[in-house]
Design a protein around this ligand. Sequence first.
Ligand code: ATP
Ligand code: MG
Length: 575
Amino acid sequence: MRWSETFIPTLREMPAEAETISHQLLLRAGYIRQVAAGIYSYLPLAQRSVLKISQIIREEMNRIGGQEFFLPVLHPRELWEESGRWEIMGDNMFRLKDRAGRDMCLGMTHEEVITDIARHELRSYKQLPQTWYQIQTKFRDEARPKGGLLRVRQFTMKDAYSFHTSWESLDETYQQQYRAYSRIYDRCGLRYIAVKADTGAMGGKDSHEFSALIDVGEDLIVHCEHCGYGANREMAISRAPVVDDQPAPDRPEKFPTPGIRTIAALETFPGGAEAHRQIKTLVYMVDEQPVLVCVRGDHTVNEAALARLFGAEARFYPAHPGQIVAAMGANAGSLGPVGVSGLRIVVDEALRGRKNMTTGANEDDFHIRGVVVDRDFKGEYQQVRLVEEGDFCINCGKPIRMWKGLEVGQIFKLGVRYSQTMKATVLNEKGEAVPMIMGCYGIGVERILAAAIEQNHDENGMILPVSIAPFSVIVNVVNMGDPESVRAAERITTALEAAGIDVLLDDRDERPGVKFKDNDLIGIPLRVTLGPKKLKEGKAEIYIRAKRESVDVALDEVAARVQAALESSTPQTKE
Ligand code: ATP
Ligand code: MG
């Protein structure tokens, strides 16, 4: 294709509204334009890239036996009523009415629609397993759309659903999907980590999230490079570094701390203690009963861990000031576990074996020091704190690392969550009607593009992986006034196109500086430059964007060298 005939509206200036690098570059490089908050038009470059990503996903889904569907975006209310999600989805769901006044919505996901097909069409265990997928537009009225394509209100998702009669069969498909997802991100050139995800209120069994590692990621991911352990911070557990405690006195000692209400204030108070030598005590109401939760002074309670501990059915919340005083006889800031009886006490694992600690005395303006855990109070040990930088891996003991990530995909063992409520049954071998066991598997297509840009750019623009770049090569004619350059460029373009390579011929009659700047900005991995000087020696220049390296190559070798360079820089799967 010729640049002069292609719509690539690059911008000189940094768009003021752009919040993240990928957002800025997608606008500047003429990939996207905003229509309204979180709603974008994809111009030709973005569309080419999105189609390439979709094709990689399609190939990997087909390879594991996925069958491609195309389901509607418009859904009737009744289906979502059946699953109970018409209510649950709340403001995130775009709702509308048809001309007869019937409630409809725009699909944010397709469990309801796919389960409806399955229950009408699948009759017998003999027809299972099935894996059905689509690559479709999804609508979500996100509270805070942001970051260009990172979080939008209309986006493309590959969503797959599998149907089984046994958990073993689901496990097998789940593993296949897991590997297919890994191959997809590898092939797209993304740096990512797969982590166990919280199944939350969905009540499903296993779930994994795949997170692209980017600075503007919303999730904190705990990862051990040594053994591969990975989890979202809410799910993660770890070992805290051992603290050297001073020997404790025989008995704990109460001491006055007038006005001291925080860990930080007690740190600097004469006779106080450093944060990691304090016990922070919090009161939660669990089904209206007070429960004490103790963590180290410098640690933070992980409420997701508490939710798992108390159980999906439990209603819990931080106790109100009145409830705290009623349960403990003192206000928050002066609480501690010593001398408490009749209450459930949850003690974080990092407090195990600790001596000579300081904590609240359950009397305003007093604390206790010299506290020995298990001597002066007892509780049930659980890991209920958030993992911190500097902790060690729970599996192998090596140091863990924390990354910022953004979810680019999630896979989920749904079990019978939808088949039960929507009565999607098949006959098993004994002729009994049993609900189908389901899995679901989603990937955000544009998010892969945006995350790839976040990961691969420099001050001049994007540097896209070959596999997802809109074009693999730019052929740049430095001087369009030189017929020989033009002829050579056209010959090379034709040869590369004949080899199946996506080539963009930059045939604009512009200053070379402008052209090179644009070429860099749009992130095409290779550039072939035809300038009059090198042409006289029978040569062209090949420039590798990611390495910022260039070589001069004889004209008749250009096509072969470009092909070789593309092959060696195409991201590979790790398997
Ligand atoms: P998030 O936690 O980021 O809101 P989610 O868990 O709600 O995502 P899923 O329902 O698991 O998302 O959807 C599958 C995939 O679709 C996500 O992994 C993500 O890649 C993509 N996705 C979800 N919401 C958006 C959005 N608003 N904009 C772009 N992509 C999205
Ligand atoms: Mg998700």
